[in-house]
Design a protein around this ligand. Structure first.
Ligand code: UFG
Length: 363
């Protein structure tokens, strides 16, 4: 074990890039909450705070401050960009990094069409710099934050991992796909690598404490944060993007999955690395396997919150598909994982977070 700067011994560490963001912060708290004394590890977060709030005078972003309050544990935090090779090397010098969970990325589909270079820079150059640094320090275990976006237009439902990938329109989606291809090539080039790419369907929900949640900057792009901001009175009404799809009620159907279940999926992926001989590239869907329409989401949210969510149907949003939901058999088989939280849980936890933090972390 490396000695810590204050004389204490340092445990093997999990490096979490983008750990101040939505799925990243929920994964950090889940790992810390489930840490056993017999198996200690440190959590090291690197985040450039491009989409995370840090209060003036604070060293750490608000999400991590609250996680430390809730768990009573310390998180090592570095304010740095993963494209900064020097800053990354410094982290690997300071900690005994054992594995990496890589969330850091830009993620707005529409914005990526306007700013392709920024997206490729952040998501691909950043990822390559991270991999170079990992290789330099002999760290080969990686969990990657991917998305069902890599599948593009569904050719069959539910979607399993054998569904073709790469026929995509947005630079965001392409960047996730390109990173998966890079990871496959890495694994072919060197058997030391063990990489699990978790393809999330639609993450929603918040930590049950109501202290940690999704805090989108500006007007939300995604359905659940939009609904919850309407319910709390921050936005006047929801625009429903199209009601003429071939679905249960004409509105878009998606596989919403609780962020705490996703977090648990990452913890299980890390456990897989302990299996002797486990290596190579593995893509795994994380979803519930069940799809809900926009109007079903509105109704469920109204029931959970006791608030009304006024909406107006407008035209379809460019690039949207009618329906999308996951085949989750591989996650069950490889990770022994399945989503345990249902739609009322997702709505209740989102609402608790939104009600208690109407302005997100800045309140
Ligand atoms: N929707 C509305 N009104 C809104 C927002 C969304 O009606 O204000 C609808 C959409 O048309 C869609 C559904 O709600 O039918 C879900 O939309 P989201 O934007 O919440 O989610 P998407 O499925 O479009 O996007 C998600 C992730 C992306 C990822 C994509 C892959 O947010 O990062 O899945 O399909 F790329």
């Amino acid at each position: 074990m490396k000695p810590g700067c204050n004389g204490t011994t340092m445990h093997p560490a999990i490096l979490v890039t983008g750990g101040a963001g939505y799925v990243g912060s929920h994964t950090v708290i889940s790992l810390l909450e489930n840490q056993s004394e017999a198996d200690p590890f440190d959590i090291v977060v690197v985040d450039n705070l491009s989409n995370a709030y840090r209060a003036e005078g604070q060293k750490k972003p608000e999400a991590l401050v609250r996680i430390e309050e809730l768990t009573g544990k310390t998180i090592y935090f570095y304010h740095a960009d993963i494209r900064d090779a020097k800053a990354l090397s410094n982290i690997f010098e300071n900690h005994k990094i054992d594995s990496v969970i890589h969330f850091a990325a830009l993620k707005a589909v529409g914005e990526s069409v306007q700013k392709p270079l920024e997206y490729y820079q952040a998501n691909i150059t950043g990822t390559c710099t991270l991999f170079e640094t990992m290789r330099k320090y002999g760290v080969y275990k990686l969990v990657y934050s991917s998305s069902c976006t890599v599948y593009g237009e569904p050719q069959s439902l539910p979607m399993n991992e054998a569904h073709p990938t790469g026929d995509l329109t947005s630079p965001y989606g392409k960047s996730k796909y390109f990173c998966e291809e890079i990871m496959k090539d890495l694994c072919l080039s060197d058997q030391s690598w063990a990489i699990i790419s978790l393809r999330y369907f639609n993450p929603v929900g918040a930590h049950h404490s109501g202290r940690i949640g999704e805090d989108p900057m500006g007007i939300p792009n995604n359905l659940m944060p939009y609904i919850s901001q309407v319910a709390v009175g921050r936005l006047p009404e929801l625009q429903v993007f199209g009601n003429d799809y071939k679905t249960v009620d004409g509105t878009g159907v998606r596989d919403y999955v609780h962020v705490a279940d996703l977090a648990d999926g990452h913890a299980r992926a890390l456990k897989l690395f302990r299996q002797p001989g486990f290596n190579g590239f593995h893509a795994i869907n994380l979803g519930t396997g069940t799809g809900y329409s926009v109007l079903q989401m509105v109704k469920a949210f109204e029931e959970a919150s006791g608030r009304s969510v006024p909406y107006r149907v407008v035209g379809r949003r460019a690039g949207d598909v009618a329906a999308n939901y996951a085949d989750v058999a591989l996650a069950a088989r490889l990770l022994a994982w399945r989503a345990t939280r249902d739609l009322p849980d997702m709505c209740r936890d989102t609402w608790r977070w939104q009600r208690d933090n109407p302005k997100g972390y800045q309140a």
